[in-house]
Design a protein around this ligand. Structure first.
Ligand code: 5AD
Ligand code: SF4
Ligand code: FES
Length: 361
């Protein structure tokens, strides 16, 4: 069997190499992380891009078995930001010099909703003089809706596949028309053909998930040639069906390490993509986001949602920054990144170099 050091010197990686890297022990992981940081610095530098996160509404029609926003969870109070609150978020993004925002919400497909998103996209462009970039994360939609949003000014879209193993997909989602693995893949393909910079990703440490599954996920990112990856640890939520497996999954420390390895290997396999240091990392490790940046992530999503509503966007419990204001997050992140020798780039869209190169071809 090849040593980890030998694999790390390769330019391309087969599934068995990816598996060996994901299985690295503590000592070997240090080599992996040193290499993935080096590859990141050489390809995308030591800068960090920001996406100011606007959690527009926690209303969701779906029933994912892991998520606190699922429609069958009755222990949540519903909210949707009104126009004034949305304007405030946009103005905060401008004031804090965030070059991009990410508009995120539960999934709805009714026309009232899809048209409202179009209107918000136009409002962001209008208030910022066309300066602020827009990432959407509003779930599965028909290609016409994706087109309408693209034409209104959104240019990136995040839709995590959650797992690329169809069998596992149906262990963490109900098996019905509203939760179709094939439809999710078709959405990712639609988004790419429309011209979005597409991001996908997974949760790490799900019940029933194997290392082999995660290796398959990394190859899926590569096969789809995505511009961005957002992945983070699974965090059991008390009001969801997967809560009952909380003692059967790897513990916080193990899930954190596996998340870091997944990020590191993804960076080796796709050196020029944008990769998010997910906030979920910070829920299971106080230094989780810094650690993610140190193994290959280069994007952070500081929260712009009004502090009063943050607690209700409870995808998973104990989310970081729930009590904080946008100003506090902005200062906190600036200091945190300086501490690890990284520089936040303000007033920039921060597009993925992988995407820009592909466009040039
Ligand atoms: N733990 C971690 N991440 C979660 N997500 C949903 N529920 C959880 C959870 N319990 C992630 C999913 C989804 C994104 C909006 O949040 O990956 O795509
Ligand atoms: Fe809704 Fe997304 Fe949560 Fe699924 S993961 S329940 S689609 S918000
Ligand atoms: Fe929100 Fe640190 S990033 S308080």
């Amino acid at each position: 069997m090849k040593s980890i050091a030998t694999i790390l010197n390769q330019q391309s990686f087969e599934k068995k190499d990816i598996l060996a890297l994901l299985n690295a022990n503590e000592e070997e992981s240090k080599l992996l992380f040193a290499k993935s940081l080096e590859v990141k610095i050489n390809n995308v530098g030591n800068s960090v891009h920001l996406r100011g996160l606007i959690e527009y509404s926690n209303i969701c029609e779906k029933n994912c078995l892991y998520c606190g926003l699922r429609v069958k969870n009755e222990n949540k109070s519903l909210y949707t930001l009104d126009d004034e609150q949305i304007d405030n978020c946009i103005n905060e993004a401008i004031r804090l010099r965030y070059g991009s925002v990410a508009l995120q919400c539960g999934e709805r497909t009714d026309k009232d909703f899809t048209q409202k998103i179009t209107q918000i996209i136009k409002r962001i462009k209008q208030l910022s003089d066309n300066k602020i970039g827009i990432t959407l994360s509003c779930g599965e939609q028909n290609a016409d809706v994706y087109k309408e949003w693209f034409e209104a000014g959104a240019h990136r879209y995040l839709l995590r596949i959650e797992t690329s193993n169809e069998e596992l997909y149906y262990k963490i989602h109900p098996n019905d028309a509203k939760h179709s693995f094939k439809k999710r893949i078709a959405c990712i393909d639609d988004l790419s053909s429309i011209g979005y910079q597409v991001g996908t990703g997974i949760m790490v440490g799900l019940p029933f998930q194997t290392i082999e599954d995660i290796a398959g996920d990394i190859l899926f990112f590569k096969e789809k040639d995505v511009a961005m990856v957002g992945l983070g640890p699974f965090i059991p939520h008390e009001d969801t069906p997967l809560w009952k497996y909380k003692d059967e999954i790897p513990n916080d420390k193990e899930r954190m390490l596996l998340t870091l390895k997944t990020l590191a290997v993804t960076r080796l396999v796709m050196p020029k993509i944008n990769m998010v240091a997910a906030t979920a990392n910070q829920t299971i490790d106080k230094m989780g986001r810094e650690k993610a940046v140190m193994v290959g992530a280069n994007v952070i999503m500081p929260n712009l949602t009004p502090t009063l509503n943050r607690k209700d966007y409870s995808i998973y419990p104990n989310k970081a920054c729930v009590q904080d204001t946008p100003d506090e997050c902005a200062n906190c992140l600036d200091i945190r990144m300086k501490t690890i020798n990284h520089t936040i780039l303000y007033d920039e869209w921060g597009d993925s170099p992988a995407f820009l190169e592909k466009q040039r071809l």
